[in-house]
Design a protein around this ligand. Structure first.
Ligand code: SAM
Length: 356
């Protein structure tokens, strides 16, 4: 782990004066459409996952965004409406830990009428309390992160001494509230939790939920990423298949992040997300809106585009739409396709800030 890396936070520039949006379907310089919007509703988290918000960096002295800097629900909803008008079909609320944002179901209720597929990624720690209200507010789907079912491993990875049981209770509460299937995210790090891969598969088989294995990524600049720590998805599939034979399934739609595999015995399916070993930049249709209202066109970006100044400066929806369209049309990111040991150490914006 590096000594004390200062994470980049305010690395955004104001969008250039944008030409009027002509109404034609949006495509970037690589002809990728804009379909998916991830909104970070807070840069704070109650976990200190070692691969995401290492405690050495995100410590008591760390300056999270002040309240005045973060977008209000009204501002988020207004931007989301413009995004949907530009072709966005799916909105994911994330963070940080999104359920730390006070009254989140109120935001869900404001976004639900837009008609996009509305989803949330959470560490599950407070789902018992919030699952029903989220469902009632109109949330369509939930993804819960759970890196290990082994108590000691999970507590070490979340570095907040948080027990497995409470996350499992949260998943059960979400299921009782009517979310189905629930996706369970497991980030795999060599020598840390890779011995749990088959056990996790065994646990979630036949549950109706979908376990997804995520390759450890070099997001941000603080998680001490090394290629040696990545377990390629192909190895995950091989290990599970040796215990429970798998066969590949077609993607649900173009640009789906996870590759799907199903158990040959009919016990459901798993997903693998191989951002490192099988980059999916060619199909990436995601834009990210940071907690303080900057646009990011790649998870591994070094800079964003400040939309908040426009928003708070009294711009009308048309001017905001023009700015978003211009940022998307200029987009040429393909970080995961050109990743090298050298690019991995370049300063990048933290995932907790732009939204996982
Ligand atoms: N707090 C929420 C949670 O825990 O799901 C949402 C935010 S979190 C940043 C979103 C997802 O990103 C989680 O599933 C997390 O495990 C994953 N993630 C964070 N850092 C990662 C990394 N370095 N490599 C791979 N996945 C990562």
């Amino acid at each position: 782990m590096p000594d004390k890396v200062i994470p980049i936070k305010h690395a955004s520039r104001a969008p250039l004066p944008a030409p009027r949006y002509d109404g034609a379907p949006l495509a970037d310089t690589r002809r990728r459409p804009l379909r998916d919007l991830r909104i970070s509703v807070t840069d704070r988290c109650n976990f200190r996952c070692t691969y995401c918000m290492p405690r050495e960096v995100f410590d008591a002295d760390y300056k999270f965004l002040p309240h005045a800097a973060i977008l209000s629900f009204e501002e988020i909803a207004r931007l989301a409406r413009v995004f949907v008008g530009l072709g966005v079909k799916k909105i994911r609320l994330t963070g940080g830990e999104p359920l730390l944002r006070k009254d989140l179901p109120r935001l869900v209720a404001m976004l639900a009428p837009l008609g996009a597929d509305l989803t949330l990624t959470t560490n599950g720690s407070t789902l018992v309390k919030h699952a029903q209200a989220l469902r009632d507010a109109g949330l369509d789907r939930i993804t819960v992160s759970l890196d290990s079912l082994d108590e000691a491993t999970f507590r070490a990875m979340n570095d907040a001494d948080f027990p497995v049981e409470k996350v499992l209770d949260g998943i059960a509460a979400a299921s009782d509230a009517g979310f189905a299937p629930i996706k369970i995210n497991m980030v795999v790090k060599r020598g840390v939790n890779d011995d749990q891969i088959v056990e996790a598969a065994r646990h979630w088989r036949d549950s109706g939920h979908i376990l997804r294995f995520i390759e450890f990524m070099d997001v941000g600049s603080t998680n001490g990423w090394r290629m040696d720590d990545v377990i390629p998805s192909a190895e995950v599939v091989r290990r599970i298949s040796a215990a429970f034979p798998l066969e590949q399934v077609e993607a649900n739609y173009a640009g789906e992040v996870a590759e799907r595999w199903r158990y040959k015995d009919g016990a459901g399916e798993i997903g693998v997300i191989s951002s490192v070993t099988q980059a999916f930049c060619a199909d990436c249709n995601r834009m990210r809106l940071s907690t303080e209202g900057s646009l990011y066109t790649c998870l591994f970006a070094q800079r964003g585009h400040d939309l908040k100044t426009l928003l708070r400066g009294g711009a009308d929806d048309g001017a905001i739409r023009d700015a978003i369209a211009a940022v998307w049309r200029a987009r040429d990111d393909r970080y995961s396709e050109i990743r090298t040991a050298e690019t991995a150490t370049k300063p990048k914006v933290e995932m907790s800030y732009i939204g996982g």
